[in-house]
Design a protein around this ligand. Structure first.
Ligand SMILES: Cc1ncc(COP(=O)(O)O)c(C=O)c1O
Length: 425
């Protein structure tokens, strides 16, 4: 793959460099210079899921990872199924939450860990990341046991849910969890300070594994082909994909899939009240407002980090922004969608429900809808229990972890303390 920095196209990098560096100069995003067209999409859609994922990733990554090695990476990374579940006679849920941390992030994080381990030439690699709960869990699980790689996750002490903490602070080994006496912003600031020191970065081979990493994005392209493969043959060209959007990584991945030849009629982005993009699509004016807190809190983003990638892709493909559907869902409408889905026999958490609400509203005659379900309902248990007046059981992966001892160390929010953690690895 040849990729460029969207803020400074003179910076051109390979896939390996893009995933090692994460962000380019001036915090620019890397994006492939060209999106390859798949040769035999029909054939691919009747292949088995691993063969399909290998073909998609092989086309995107190119010869930097030989196909055989890629097959190994995919087989080790994606060890769960991606069900497409009918919810009404023409709407299906694409369940992306059957990985180890019960959220769609497992695809990207696991693929990135395997790809980095493969491309790793014996140099030191330390994943250093801050989390407000969820991303840290996906990254920690993905890198657990990765040869030659240490993973350090900072999180705000007492400010993540007990269950979230149990999920990733009980792993041990090469996963080092650090409870910081401060806020999530303090954790992020510490990570940023560490990355701002080139000598430190080089000495520890720091990599943040955050969601803008190209490895994570390319992995997410694969599940759109999984959805198409599971639709009836005659529905594929009529399929409308509705993507719950925060930082717009999933939407970017979906549009990349489309550029590669995914059969689809159109894409719709669904947001909560943080609606910078839908307003931009309606008015042509980019006007981020203060972020507001909603029930679908992983989408409480007013300046979506992947939006420059969406724009670059639309431009190079010659697609009009107008072709992108859009919808905004209030908390009240989210709750209503959770209840309506439950009435249809489907259990959803708020993010999937936002996508369902928009899809139901936007779907026209002759279209078939797919909405992305990005997290297991149990990950948003409090909301689901309250809205549905029930007590959701914990899935076995969470229940087993809930009993294990926490292995975190506690530090004050000071760079010197983070450095001490890194030096002690
Ligand atoms: C559960 C859930 N749904 C949806 C999203 C939004 O995805 P994206 O940031 O790719 O738009 C996120 C982002 O973290 C999430 O955690």
């Amino acid at each position: 793959m040849r990729a460029s920095n969207l803020s400074d196209p003179s910076e051109q990098v390979s896939f390996a460099t893009a995933i090692r560096k994460g962000l380019g100069r001036d915090r620019g995003l890397y994006f492939p210079d060209a999106i390859p067209k798949l040769q035999d999409v029909r054939g691919l859609l009747v292949a088995d899921p691993h063969t399909r994922a290998v073909a998609v990733l092989d086309a995107l990554v190119g010869d930097e990872i030989p196909t055989d090695a890629l097959r190994g990476i995919v087989t080790r990374a994606f060890t769960w199924d991606t069900p497409l579940v009918p919810v009404t006679d023409r709407i299906c849920a694409l369940e992306l939450y059957w990985g180890p941390t019960l959220a769609f992030k497992d695809y990207g994080a696991r693929f990135m860990a395997e790809a980095l381990a493969h491309l790793h030439g014996g140099e030191r690699v330390t994943i250093l990341t801050a989390t407000s709960g969820d991303t840290g869990a996906a990254v920690a699980h993905a890198f657990a046991g990765a040869p030659g790689i240490d993973c350090v996750v900072l999180y705000p002490q007492g400010r993540i849910s007990r269950l979230q903490e149990q999920l990733f602070c009980t792993i041990g080994g090469n996963v080092h969890t650090v409870a910081v006496d401060g806020t999530f912003d303090d954790c992020q600031a510490l990570v940023k300070q560490a990355f701002d020191d080139p000598a430190l970065r080089a000495r520890h081979g720091l990599n943040s594994a955050n969601s803008i990493n190209l490895a994570r994005l390319v992995a997410q392209v694969t599940y759109f082909f999984e959805a198409a493969a599971r639709l009836p043959f005659d529905a594929r060209e009529r399929a409308v994909y509705c993507v719950p959007s925060g930082n717009f990584g999933d939407l970017t991945a979906g549009l990349m899939a489309r550029a590669m030849g995914l059969p689809a009629r159109r894409f719709i982005t669904a947001t909560n009240a943080n609606d910078t993009v839908p307003r931009y699509l309606a008015t042509g004016t980019w006007e981020p407002r203060d972020t507001v807190q909603t029930l679908s809190n992983a989408m409480d983003v007013s300046v979506p980090s992947n939006w420059p990638r969406v724009q670059a892709l639309m431009r190079t493909q010659g697609w009009a922004l107008d072709d992108l559907g859009r919808g905004v869902v209030s908390d009240a409408a989210t709750e209503d969608a959770i209840r309506r889905l439950h009435g249809l026999g489907y259990l959803s958490e708020p993010h999937g429900a936002v996508a369902f609400a928009v899809l139901e509203r936007e779907l026209t005659d002759g279209e078939v809808g797919v909405f992305l379900c990005t997290a297991h309902p149990a990950k948003f248990k409090e909301t689901v229990d309250r809205v549905l007046g029930m007590e959701l059981p914990l899935p076995p992966a969470l229940a087993a972890r809930a009993e294990l001892p926490l292995l975190s160390q506690r530090i004050a929010p000071r760079l010197a303390e983070v450095l001490a953690v890194l030096e002690a690895l």
